[in-house]
Ligand binder design. Structure first.
Ligand SMILES: *[C@@H]1O[C@H](CO)[C@@H](O)[C@H](O)[C@H]1NC(C)=O
Length: 237
């Protein structure tokens, strides 16, 4: 008669693990082993008993206490996370300022095109007042175009619609006849007036447009409230 006794007692929590695997071929051998098996099982049982006692103690501590502990750990976790984030920001090689300029840089790349030596955005669909155009150019990441030379005008000439007016950054709305470039905040230095301009017609023409009525684009002073196309420029790349 052959039979196998396999006994495995395993305690998960406290690392008590004992097993007895004994194979008996004869009844005599079973009786010989009896004493050994008994003591081994006895050891295991007493260890299991200890384990159960500890588990009972643990349960007696109560679930509310455990939940409290978990809440504490979560709190610590959250605080650590916040501190790490703060440290990361402090140590970051790109401070927030740079992140912002990167965003503006992306916007400029999207909106502006290189024409001649400058970056321009030419609006030939949406007409705005001079002040509306001023705002729109800022929103796009630039400012109303500030023409400094004939080369600047030549660079955009082919992109303008015929018989149209485009706002630029020159105005004398602060002092009649004192044309300033609002982009630089200084007196405008380059002018390409059309015939008999600027004439301040009706005593109210304080904003300057580049218009294409005469073929080649020339400057003209006109009412700031007129709705016109506009040209923006960006100095950033
Ligand atoms: C700007 O122009 C005005 C008049 O056109 C003049 O009075 C003033 O001195 C100029 N300012 C500068 C800084 O050149």
């Amino acid at each position: 008669m052959e039979y196998t006794v396999f006994l495995l007692l395993l305690s998960i929590s406290f690392g008590c693990s004992c097993s007895i695997s004994t194979s008996f071929l004869e009844d005599e051998q079973l009786s010989q082993c009896g004493q050994y098996c008994f003591s081994a099982v006895q050891t295991c049982l007493s260890q299991l008993e200890n384990t159960l006692k500890r588990v009972e103690l643990c349960e007696a501590a109560g679930p509310s206490d455990i939940l409290g502990r978990i809440a504490q750990l979560e709190e610590i976790g959250r605080n650590t996370q916040a501190e790490l984030l703060q440290l990361k920001q402090q140590m970051s090689p790109t401070p927030p300022g740079n992140t912002l300029s990167t965003e503006i840089g992306e916007k400029i790349k999207r909106n502006f095109q290189k024409l001649g030596s400058k970056l321009f955005y030419i609006e030939s669909t949406d007409r705005k007042t001079w002040h509306g155009a001023l705002q729109r150019c800022y929103d796009l990441g630039g400012h109303l175009a500030s023409f400094q030379s004939q080369e600047d005008i030549d660079a955009i000439d082919g992109k303008l619609k015929e018989y149209s007016g485009y706002w630029i950054d020159v105005t004398d709305q602060y002092k009649e006849g004192a044309f300033v470039s609002v982009s630089t905040g200084l007196n405008a230095t380059f002018f390409k007036w059309g015939p008999d301009e600027p004439n301040n017609a009706g005593d109210g023409e304080h904003c300057v447009e580049l218009h294409t009525f005469e073929g080649a684009p020339v400057m003209n002073d006109i009412l700031c409230s007129h709705r016109k196309f506009f040209i923006c420029e960006s100095s950033l790349i």
